[in-house]
Design a binder for this molecule. Structure first.
Ligand code: ADP
Ligand code: ZN
Length: 369
């Protein structure tokens, strides 16, 4: 056998900036790289966001004569057909390897536009312009792109980092309050695992957040992104430290699946956080007092237990076992020692927990409120 070895020079570490501010949409000169002058721009968005911001951004970029592509809003659009239709339209308009995609919208738009960017002509540049709090804090940062298939959510996709992320906080002014809370949960999640000071900041500013006080929201977005960046930059592909981002998600994903994704992601994760914090408490790591602080914060955010109460404990446990993040048939959980401090043992961030404890935790949370 003759063997020839192909050696590829390791890529430079990728880096990109995340710009957070107000009014970016109307002033692209503030963020659009001069390197992009003369290049073709494609704005990908959904019909809701298009109505509010599509034309505004296209007008602000009039010099570039951007192509504006829009699809039906909602998770159901995050599929092969939408991807193919976007690609077909890009081919019709002679988009090439130098074309830049501007992804304007929430997580659905970001995931699909990023995935189109990752495969169009083997990969082109894209810029994330998240317009929901959830997308600003979570999905626009980290380079995960994907679509859903009949087999499940986000099962086909790629790691493809954006050239940069531009978060215009003014976009949040048109966002419904439930969507604000939906995004806030991801911030609370990351503060619970990393930053007690900011957890308390959220706890003390609920009214301001709900009333969209831009300064308070800016502080939260900035800090949540800083923490996410520090976690992801250590571990892009989720082998070690990145798993802390899954706090609340093992149970959260099970709840989403069982409710056929009719519950918003953040709300499912909030229920997941309660159960996983309860597991931490039952195992003797987290004090009851801390658990109650978390519980009362969620109740003040009008997060009810009604969806959780409808579900059967054993079925939730079964649903956690088909999570793609599960390894070796044992479900492992990120656990808390206290707010802002995860249970970290012997280089291990996720811990196997017996079905009995998980069941007890679900039952206790179901009967808590
Ligand atoms: P995610 O919550 O993952 O960011 P979506 O992309 O589905 O999810 O966005 C949630 C909903 O909010 C969609 O219907 C979308 O069209 C709408 N939306 C996104 N951004 C805004 C905004 N700034 N103002 C009003 N509605 C928005
Ligand atoms: Zn999440």
């Amino acid at each position: 056998m003759n063997e020839i070895v192909m050696q590829i020079l390791a890529k430079q570490p990728a880096s990109y900036s995340i710009k957070i501010g107000s009014g970016f949409l109307l002033n692209p000169a503030e963020w659009l790289s001069l390197d992009y002058q003369g290049k073709q721009l494609v704005i990908i968005t959904d019909d809701n966001v298009n109505k509010i911001y599509g034309e505004k951004l296209a007008n602000a970029l009039a010099n570039y004569k951007p192509l504006l592509l829009s699809f039906l809003p909602g998770e159901k659009s995050k599929n092969y057909l939408t991807k193919q239709s976007l690609e077909d339209q890009m081919f019709e308009h002679h988009c090439n390897r130098d074309t830049i995609i501007l992804s304007l919208g929430g997580g659905v738009v970001g995931d699909i536009a990023g995935f189109v960017a990752s495969t169009y002509m083997r990969g082109i540049s894209y810029i994330q312009i998240p317009t929901t709090l959830l997308a600003m804090i979570d999905s626009s940062v980290g380079g995960k792109t994907a679509i859903n298939t009949n087999q499940g959510k986000n099962l086909i996709g790629a790691f493809w980092q954006p050239s940069y992320v531009v978060a215009d906080l003014n976009c949040l002014m048109t966002l419904p309050k439930v969507q604000v809370i939906n995004g806030l949960i991801e911030a609370i999640k990351i503060f619970m695992t990393n930053d007690a000071y900011y957890f308390n900041y959220v706890n003390n500013n609920i009214e301001n957040i709900i009333n969209k006080d831009i300064l308070v929201i800016k502080n939260i977005v900035e800090q949540a992104i800083k923490l996410k960046v520090s976690v992801v930059s250590q571990d892009e592909r989720e082998n070690k430290h990145r798993v802390v981002l899954n706090f609340g998600h093992t149970i959260g994903h099970a709840i989403e699946k069982m409710t056929d994704y009719t519950i918003l992601h953040g709300y499912a994760v909030a229920l997941g956080i309660l159960v996983e914090a309860k597991i931490s408490q039952l195992l003797g790591f987290l004090s009851l007092e801390y658990y109650q602080i978390i519980q009362s914060l969620f109740f003040r955010l009008n997060i009810t237990l009604s969806e959780l109460k409808k579900l059967n404990c054993d079925e939730i446990i079964l649903a956690t076992k088909s999570d793609k993040k599960m390894k070796l048939n044992s479900v492992r959980y990120v656990l808390l020692n206290e707010i802002g401090n995860i249970h970290y043992d012997d280089n291990i961030y996720v811990h196997p927990v017996s079905d009995e404890i998980v069941k007890k935790a679900i039952c206790e949370v179901q009967h808590d409120g």
